[in-house]
Structure formats: structure tokens, C-alpha cells
Design a protein around this ligand. Structure first.
Ligand SMILES: Nc1nc2c(c(=O)[nH]1)N[C@H]1C(S)=C(S)[C@@H](COP(=O)(O)O)O[C@H]1N2
Ligand SMILES: [Mo]
Length: 401
């Protein structure tokens, strides 16, 4: 039996935290309560969303495991985990976000196909491992290569899990060779998450982390890396994780007409108070949320409205950064390159209302107001203005409760 293999059944699933909200049991897809996200700048491993397409792979023998690197590379190699750990260790604070984050809300406008996710299909992790560019150097591909000497233009990541979308084959995906060989793109082969050995749910023993890009490209349980001429032809690159205009339906879809999704757009959501919350009349409430953008763009500003969008107040950025976490980059410009920012705003609310939030990134991209304008049949990349409704309990009544 292969040292790392994907079982066909769900008998070998790891234990998970009871507080996760399960969106699908087999494969296991779950997200934490939204308030957990804003309580900690770094999301704990337990509370980190889990997104799978098949049973969790099993590593039978750590010392026999080899990562194979080849395809259209001048040289080929196979590396043991010990050899990967001997390469310079690089740490990146990056937020992984599933392209399906906030899909449930998109489905309310018009039904979409896919696992339902509320607003917590993302998490901010500390990822440590070898730089992908260092590993590609070992097979003869220098940094900042767009096309390799053998005509390679993409780097394909192949796993071992059995996915029904792939007819029982493994999950895979690819990114452009230039991104893979650019050290400043910070693509890593991670064996640690939050300073601990990566766990099974998140890709043990080794996963890719592609910062600023939809989670789907950060392939878990990595088995091999191939340099290929054209982008990966796998299901999740060609028949999924693409965005179509609102007019495209299951009857007229042409998958080949679109490119695979890569960088995610400007996004933010309100995690506290939660939708439908009851607040005491006249009391001060602290509105809290997250904001992030893809492609290495930082967060410029977050606007919050407590009157349903008539007027806007700027939220305070960077809450949570002062938690003394040793991994947070010191330099301000780099801090939100790959990681989210948590924000908050204290306001007085005296009547029932909708609280809205929208963010602006460092390239001045804004979120769309309506979900209808970005509706797509797979329900990906819902980054429309986030809204929570709050109710008010009269002071008198509240003290009697
Ligand atoms: N091998 C493998 N890698 C995978 C997936 C998968 O099902 N199999 N899911 C992808 C998707 S869609 C997302 S959003 C992220 C989720 O990573 P997480 O479970 O560590 O949060 O992993 C990606 N990598
Ligand atoms: Mo995803």
C-alpha cells in the first residue's frame, strides 16, 4: 500500500470540534460560529473551516512518504519529509478562503448549486514550510520563470484523496509557473499550521498554500508536483470554480468559455452582532468583522452603516493584531498582504435596523451592493455588501427578563 493513500470510505475520519457547524457530513464540510473568527486574529486549528471533496487520506508510513516533483522540469526528484524540512523554513500568515464563502446568501436570491456556506468559510493561519520556488530550483527551474526550458507554463499539484467529481480520482489544481517560482508570491509547501504539525483535516503531512488565491488551489495531502504545458485539466479547474454571468444557466453553460478562478476579490462580513440579534435599547454595541482581499492587495478602509445604508462610518482597523502573536509581520505594508484584518466600530443603536459593511482594498476595488448583480449558478465569490438585521428590546422589558 502507498505510504499516503485516500480511503474510499469515511471510516477513518479524524475527530473534530463539536462547535463547528456541519454543512455536509460526508465529505466533511464545516465552518465555525462567526463570532469565533473575530475573537482571534489567528484562527485556531479546531475552529478553522474544513472543506473536503472526499474521505480524509491516511499516512501509513511517514518515513516512506515521498513527494514527487517532475513533469516538464529539466530534472526530476522525489523528496522525503525530512528532506523537505531541511530546506529553509518559511512562514507566511495567510487567510484561506473558500470560493463558496457566503454561498447560502447568494442562494436566497436565486438557487445555486453547491455546499451551503454562511460567512465563516475562511480562516487566518500561520503556515510554515518550504518555499515552492526552492523546491522548483531543485529540479532546475530558476526563480521568476514564465516558461521553462521544456515548455512548462503551469505547476500542477496532485493529491491522493478520492473525489467523486474526479470519478474516484485525486483532487488537483494548478497555478502559473511564474507565480510558483516568484519568492514574493509566498507559495509554500506547508507542514505546520499555527506552529504545530499540520493535522489530517488540513492536509497532513504536506499541503500547498497559495496566498491571496481561492482556497481550492491550496491542494492538501500533496503527493506530486508536475510542471505542465497548459493549466491542469482536472474537474476543479475546468468544470468547477469558475464564475459565470447571471444569464448563464445549467442549460446553456459552456465551461470552456471561462478561466479557472484564482485571486479572490475584496470581501468583508459582520461577525458580531449576529443576524437577528436582540440588543437593548440605547446600549452601545461593538460591531466586529473581518475584511480581506486577494492577489496581495491590502485593506484600505471598511465602511459601516447602522441606518440601512443612508450614512456610513469608518470602522477601526487592525483589532486583534495587538494580541502579541509572534508571527505577525512588523512592517505595516506587509501585514495585510495575505492576511485578513479584523475591524470594529462602537455605536449606539436605538431602533431595529440593518447594519451593513463594505470594504475597499488597496487598489480601490469596492464590493458590489447587490448579490443579484454577481449571481452565478455555482454560487462562487459572493462579496456583496454584508447585512445583519438587529432587533431592539425596550430597556424596561430587558431589565425584567
Ligand atoms: N486534496 C484536496 N485539497 C483541497 C481540497 C480537497 O477537497 N482535496 N479542497 C480545497 C478547497 S475547495 C478549499 S476551500 C481548501 C480548504 O482548506 P481547509 O480544509 O484546510 O480549510 O482546500 C482545498 N484543497
Ligand atoms: Mo473551496
Amino acid at each position: 500500500m502507498e505510504p499516503l493513500h485516500g480511503p474510499a470510505t469515511y471510516e477513518h475520519e479524524p475527530p473534530r470540534h463539536w462547535a463547528l457547524k456541519i454543512n455536509s457530513k460526508e465529505p466533511f464540510n464545516a465552518e465555525p460560529p462567526a463570532c469565533e473568527l473575530v475573537d482571534s486574529y489567528i484562527t485556531s486549528v479546531d475552529m478553522f473551516y474544513k472543506r473536503n471533496h472526499g474521505p480524509i487520506p491516511v499516512l501509513e508510513n511517514y518515513s516512506l512518504f515521498r513527494l514527487k516533483v517532475g513533469g516538464l522540469a529539466p530534472n526530476h526528484c522525489s523528496l522525503s519529509m525530512d528532506e523537505i524540512k531541511q530546506l529553509p523554513k518559511h512562514t507566511v500568515v495567510a487567510t484561506l478562503q473558500c470560493a463558496g464563502n457566503r454561498r447560502t446568501a447568494m442562494s436566497l436570491s436565486r438557487k445555486v448549486k453547491g455546499v451551503g456556506w454562511d460567512i465563516s468559510a475562511l480562516g487566518n493561519g500561520v503556515w510554515s514550510g518550504a518555499r515552492l520556488s526552492d523546491v522548483l530550483n531543485m529540479v532546475g527551474i530558476p526563480n521568476y520563470t514564465k516558461v521553462s526550458s521544456c515548455g512548462g507554463k503551469h505547476v500542477e499539484f496532485v493529491s491522493v484523496d478520492k473525489c467523486k467529481e474526479e470519478n474516484g480520482g485525486p483532487y488537483k489544481g494548478s497555478i502559473p509557473l511564474l507565480q510558483a517560482t516568484s519568492p514574493d508570491a509566498d507559495v509554500i509547501l506547508a507542514y505546520e499550521m499555527n506552529g504545530e504539525e499540520l493535522n489530517r483535516d488540513h492536509g497532513y503531512p504536506l499541503r500547498v498554500v497559495v496566498p491571496g488565491v481561492i482556497g481550492a488551489r491550496s491542494v492538501k495531502w500533496l503527493k506530486s508536483i508536475d510542471i505542465i504545458a497548459e493549466e491542469c485539466q482536472g474537474f476543479f479547474m475546468q468544470k468547477d470554480y469558475k464564475m459565470f454571468p447571471p444569464s448563464v444557466t445549467w442549460d446553456n453553460i459552456n465551461w470552456g468559455s471561462r478561466r479557472p478562478l484564482m485571486d479572490f476579490p475584496i470581501q468583508c462580513a459582520i461577525c458580531r452582532p449576529e443576524d437577528g440579534a436582540y440588543l437593548e435599547e440605547g446600549s452601545k454595541v461593538t460591531v466586529q468583522g473581518y475584511a480581506l482581499s486577494g492577489g496581495g492587495r491590502g485593506i484600505e478602509r471598511i465602511d459601516v452603516s447602522v441606518d440601512g445604508g443612508k450614512t456610513w462610518i469608518e470602522a477601526k482597523l487592525g483589532q486583534g493584531l495587538k494580541s502579541g502573536h509572534g508571527y505577525i509581520p512588523d512592517d505595516d505594508d506587509h501585514r495585510d498582504k495575505w492576511a485578513w484584518v479584523l475591524w470594529e466600530l462602537s455605536v449606539q443603536i436605538s431602533s431595529p435596523t440593518d447594519i451593513l459593511a463594505k470594504a475597499v482594498d488597496s487598489a480601490a476595488n469596492v464590493q458590489p451592493e447587490s448579490v443579484e448583480s454577481i449571481w452565478n449558478l455555482r454560487g462562487v465569490l459572493n462579496n456583496s455588501w454584508h447585512k445583519v438585521h438587529v432587533n431592539i428590546i425596550p430597556k424596561q422589558l430587558h431589565s425584567n427578563l
